[in-house]
Design a protein around this ligand. Structure first.
Ligand code: XMP
Length: 520
């Protein structure tokens, strides 16, 4: 394991991903973790991330210098670099001069472990106020910039390395190479963390955890729960049963896809519960977004519990104690784990209902085989397990489904209208080869808004549909996608021609923030 010590910047997760791209397993830990606890994890290397602070700022996160005495290779980046310089006896000046963004780095490569084989001049991404003016004793200075005399240093003997810039961001043109040099050459690690090793390791762990008992998995149709289920299926086969709740808020063809493609690819036992009446009944008359979300979440738990009770009764009847469903499989991902461990309270923008998981009071033990993985790694695992492209490369779709894409009350008729418009948009985007380019494209029905139109020589008074194509890396931030006009044109023409009640198609050109991706 490589530990990435998080000094409170948004860069730590990115660094962890870059380390994994180098096929070395990595984990993020907070900088408040005592060094003894870090060392107890037996890390093969430690990376100190950037941070927002100056080492001189009041309350700035600090580091116990014992970290540098433990014989573990360390790589400091940005703030981590300055902490390192300070702790080891170098000089960090509060110069007041700042360097932000694209910067030219002048490299002295001769004998450098980090910069071997990279150009003398390279573009890097800087973001700092303080500057290191003298390296600690025993360290070789390997790079500088016009403003900073010591922009990188290394001490091969002690396996300690540092750079003032951010090698993890893509604007640092040779950043990944420098990081890999640290991992392979500086720390002597081998790139052995592969998708197949993840699968083998998880299958083993699941078998150990579940033993001869049974497990239950809520399938949502999304990538995460599908891959988690496939992984558990590979490990324990018929001891796993999946439950798919069709809440009637799915898009066209979605339920069929889960039933057919997923079962065909995995051979999993699947219980499909048709609960559309129940959900639509509970949603009748409700147009407040948060209330809708809460209702959908609550109903989901009830249906899931009921399905679970039925399964327990069936299984218990057959095989006694071994018929018990003692485990619940969830598709929790690493960013969820890091964020919920992060501690600092974030505002509740929306009540996200993780439809894959739930309910706490059911006394299940959780099986979370993806809790160490990032989304792109989950997709690779899915591929490795032989899941079809349509499942593995699926764009995100919210658990509450179309229920939060109808602005206004959710009714059967409105769902039909939205489903038809959404199917056209998806068809055209796929035909134009844009599925990989966009993160997702919610289609939203403004059911409480009407506008005047003219269709077939007659006046219409219909509803607008909003296209919300976005590009994103992790859904935390997003930008609106600049789709080609001809594709937008085709979608608009087809929707207004083919979908009754819709006489206008509009494009959402808002980034996130300030808009969220979904409208509710
Ligand atoms: P927002 O609208 O918050 O969405 O920008 C960010 C991402 O999350 C998806 N989303 C959800 N996913 N349950 C989910 O499983 C939810 O309740 C939920 N709400 C939003 C959304 O589609 C986007 O990808």
């Amino acid at each position: 394991t490589v530990l990435v010590v998080d000094f409170g910047a948004q860069y730590a997760q990115l660094i962890a991903r870059r380390v994994r791209e180098a096929r070395v397993y990595s984990e993020v830990v907070p900088s408040t973790m005592p060094v003894a606890e870090m060392l107890a994890k037996d890390p093969k290397a430690i990376i100190l991330s950037g941070g927002p602070s100056s080492v001189y700022a009041e309350g700035a996160p600090s580091l116990d210098r014992a970290l540098f005495e433990a014989g573990v290779p360390v790589f400091g980046m940005c703030y981590g670099f300055q902490l390192m310089a300070q702790a080891l006896g170098g000089t960090v000046d509060n110069t007041g001069s700042r360097e932000y963004g694209r910067t030219d780095l002048h490299v002295s490569r001769s004998g450098s472990t980090l910069f071997e084989g990279t150009p003398d001049e390279q573009q890097v991404w800087m973001s700092h106020g303080d500057a290191c003016s003298a390296a600690p004793e025993g360290f070789a200075v390997t790079a500088s910039t016009d403003m900073v005399p010591v922009a990188a240093f290394e001490n091969d003997e002690r396996q300690l390395y540092g750079v003032q810039y951010h090698p993890e961001v893509m604007h640092s043109t040779h950043g990944q190479q420098v990081l890999e040099h640290f991992l392979y050459r500086g720390a002597g690690l081998t790139p052995s963390w592969t998708t197949s090793s993840i699968v083998d390791e998880q299958v083993e762990a699941i078998r150990t955890q579940v033993g001869s008992k049974r497990a239950l998995c809520g399938l949502s149709g999304g990538v995460d729960s599908a891959v988690a289920a496939a992984l558990v299926q590979k490990a324990i086969g018929s001891q796993l049963t999946c439950v798919y709740v069709d809440h009637g808020l799915m898009r066209q063809g979605e339920t069929e896809q889960v039933e057919k493609d997923f079962v065909a690819a995995t051979g999993v036992q699947l219980k499909v519960v048709d609960a559309a009446d129940r959900f639509l009944g509970a949603l009748a008359g409700v147009s407040d977004p948060e209330q809708k979300r809460k209702i959908i979440g609550r109903e989901f738990i009830r249906v899931f519990e009921q399905a679970q009770a039925e399964l327990v009764a069936e299984a218990g009847g057959q095989s006694g104690a071994a018929g018990e469903y003692a485990f619940l499989v969830q598709g929790t991902l690493y960013p969820d784990v890091v964020e919920s461990g992060g501690g600092t309270g974030t505002a509740n923008i929306k009540s996200h209902h993780n439809v894959g998981g739930l309910p706490e009071d059911l006394e299940f033990e959780l099986v979370e085989p993806l809790r160490k993985l990032f989304k792109d790694e989950v997709r690779m695992v899915g591929q490795e397990l032989g899941l079809p492209e349509e499942i593995v490369q699926r764009q995100p779709f919210p658990g509450p489904g179309l229920g939060i894409r109808i602005v206004g009350e959710v009714t059967r008729e409105r769902l039909d209208v939205l489903r038809a418009a959404d199917a056209i948009a998806r068809e055209e985007l796929t035909a134009a080869g844009l599925d990989r380019e966009i993160w997702q494209c919610p289609v939203v029905l403004l059911a409480d808004v009407r506008s005047v139109g003219v269709q077939g020589d007659g006046r219409t008074y219909g509803h607008p549909v909003v296209l919300r194509p976005v590009s994103s890396e992790d859904a935390m931030t997003a930008d609106w996608s600049r789709l080609p006009y001809d594709v937008l044109g085709r979608i608009s023409t087809r929707i207004t021609n083919e979908v009754r009640d819709v006489n206008r198609v509009v494009l959402d050109v808002t980034s996130k923030p300030p808009g969220t991706i979904e409208w509710e």
